[in-house]
Design a protein around this ligand. Structure first.
Ligand code: NAP
Ligand code: MG
Length: 462
């Protein structure tokens, strides 16, 4: 695969300060497909300086001009969508149809939504005898994970551009090629030099240097709760803004009046898509005791049918980790009804679509984020019991409720401690705020709420 041997800083590809590299591996066959430079503190410093220097001019551009650049960026993502999908498939392992529809498709929607918002947002407001201006927070340090490699970049960079911020991005070490393609797209879209900068590298080296850099005003992080906690602590000590999109253990609550077959089918697909590597996946399916056995049979059948359509996990570490969780589920007394810990293929980091029955709410597989194709079915006695189980984790990112009547589902959803709930299947909305209650994070992404994260107010009194 094509790769740049440099960092995208101040509008050009520049050699890295050091000689370290990252080998990019295709997780479907474990072959090295490219190498990219592993940046360090010097590269991060150069990128932050470029972003700082570009800030005054970019912050002062008219919102309509920023909207035009974001629209141009969206158009480049459209023109290069096949290349993007192929690259995500090569370095993440997602099956090509999923890469085309989701990994390439969703960022186009999100970039388009911010082209619209940049043009229509009120950056100025009258409040009594004051004029309140919404001004960019400044230089953004964006740190992103590998599971939706382009979406997570666009969900930060598009609103930051719309707000008038400048950016330094440190993408995940597993998926740097998608990030390099994105930098090319930004360049083609005519975004001025220094407004967007890319430093590839390792989390504890380049990521940490970026999060701790004095020239960064806001750290926007998506990834594990463990790393997010550290980034939040460092940002707090430096009195720096921080946005954290962390893990989840979301509940799919099927009320007795629901269409059980549909709720189970959609629920299984939700967990198995992207090989279970989705922070908002509904990994706990809650079913009333009267329908439990039927739901288990339906879920086992749906998972078995999924079979070969599932891609590998991203790397050897995640492969070992997920299989370890499946073994732990068995050891704690959950009943395997589909899949299991054995690797289904000789080569590649594959895990079979796995379904556990007889899961109780306190088991490890019901509490911890597994980040693999593993679904747990939990039984409940009544609605209050279902609510206790649904809310009974440290997380609160997403969820689903199914009922015969929408109002019944809404009433239940309003009692859930979580940031997003899909009612009877729902549909993705790029304008709806996305983010966590409890330990799933701080702040929101997408839509106008996501834009507001990159703005600070200044009030003038008259
Ligand atoms: P991670 O380490 O939190 O990675 C997220 C990003 O943070 C990557 O760019 C990573 O760089 C960087 N990073 C790592 N350590 C850092 C540090 N000390 N300072 C600054 N940046 C740092 O996540 P992971 O190891 O890839 O995945 C582990 C688990 O996290 C998964 O099993 C899953 O449970 C969870 N996860 C959640 C999400 C989500 O969307 N909520 C996404 C991915 C993973 P490197 O790529 O070099 O590590
Ligand atoms: Mg890889």
């Amino acid at each position: 695969m094509k790769a740049h041997d440099g960092m995208y800083i101040d509008g050009a590809w520049r050699p890295a300060a050091g000689r370290d590299t990252i080998a990019v591996v295709n997780p479907a066959d474990e072959q090295v497909i490219a190498e990219v430079p592993a940046g360090g503190a010097e590269d991060v410093d150069a990128a932050v300086r470029a972003a700082r220097a570009a800030l005054p001019a970019w912050a002062a551009t008219a919102p309509a001009e920023r909207a035009a650049r974001i629209a141009a960026l969206r158009d480049v993502l459209v023109a290069r969508k096949d290349e993007i999908a192929g690259t995500v498939t090569a370095e993440l392992g997602a099956p090509l149809p999923f890469s085309q529809a989701v990994h390439a498709g969703v960022p186009i929607l999100v970039a388009g939504s911010y082209a619209g918002l940049a043009a229509s947002y009120s950056f100025e407001e009258k409040v009594g005898n004051s004029t309140v201006y919404a001004e960019p927070v400044g230089v953004v340090g964006a740190i992103t994970p590998w599971n939706y490699p382009l979406h997570q970049i666009v969900a930060k960079v598009a609103p930051a551009l719309a707000a008038g911020c400048t950016i330094v991005l440190k993408p995940a070490e597993d998926t740097p090629l998608t990030a390099q393609l994105f930098a090319e797209a930004v360049h083609e879209a005519g975004v001025p030099a220094g407004v967007f900068n890319l430093v590839t590298g390792l989390g504890p080296v380049a990521g940490q240097a970026l999060a701790e850099h004095e020239g960064v005003d806001l750290v926007s992080f998506t990834g594990s709760t463990a790393v997010g906690r550290r980034i939040g602590a460092a940002a707090g000590a430096a009195v720096k803004r921080v946005a954290l999109e962390l893990g989840g253990k979301s509940a799919n609550v099927i009320l007795p009046s629901a269409d059980l077959a549909r709720a189970v089918a959609v629920g299984v697909a939700n967990v198995m898509g992207n090989s279970g590597q989705t922070c908002s996946a509904w990994t706990r399916m809650l079913v009333h005791t009267s329908q439990y056995d039927e739901a288990v049979a339906l879920a086992a059948e749906a998972a078995a049918k999924y079979g070969d359509r599932i891609g590998p996990l991203v790397n050897a570490k995640q492969h070992a980790r997920v299989r370890g969780y499946i073994e732990k589920g068995v050891a704690e007394g959950a009943r395997l009804v589909a899949g299991g810990p054995e690797a289904p293929r000789e080569q590649g980091y594959f895990v079979s679509p796995t379904v556990f029955a007889d899961v109780t709410p306190e088991m490890t597989v019901a509490q911890e984020e597994i980040f693999g194709p593993v679904l747990s079915l939990i039984r409940y006695e009544d609605e209050d019991d279902a609510l206790r189980i649904a809310n009974g984790t440290v997380y609160g990112l997403a969820g689903a409720v199914w009922a015969g009547d929408e109002a019944e589902a809404v009433a239940f959803a309003r009692r859930m401690d979580t940031g997003q709930v899909d009612i009877n299947g729902g549909r993705f909305n790029p304008l709806a705020p996305f983010g966590g209650y409890k330990q799933s994070g701080v702040g929101r992404e997408l839509g106008s709420h996501g834009l507001a994260e990159y703005l600070q107010t200044k009030s003038l009194q008259f």
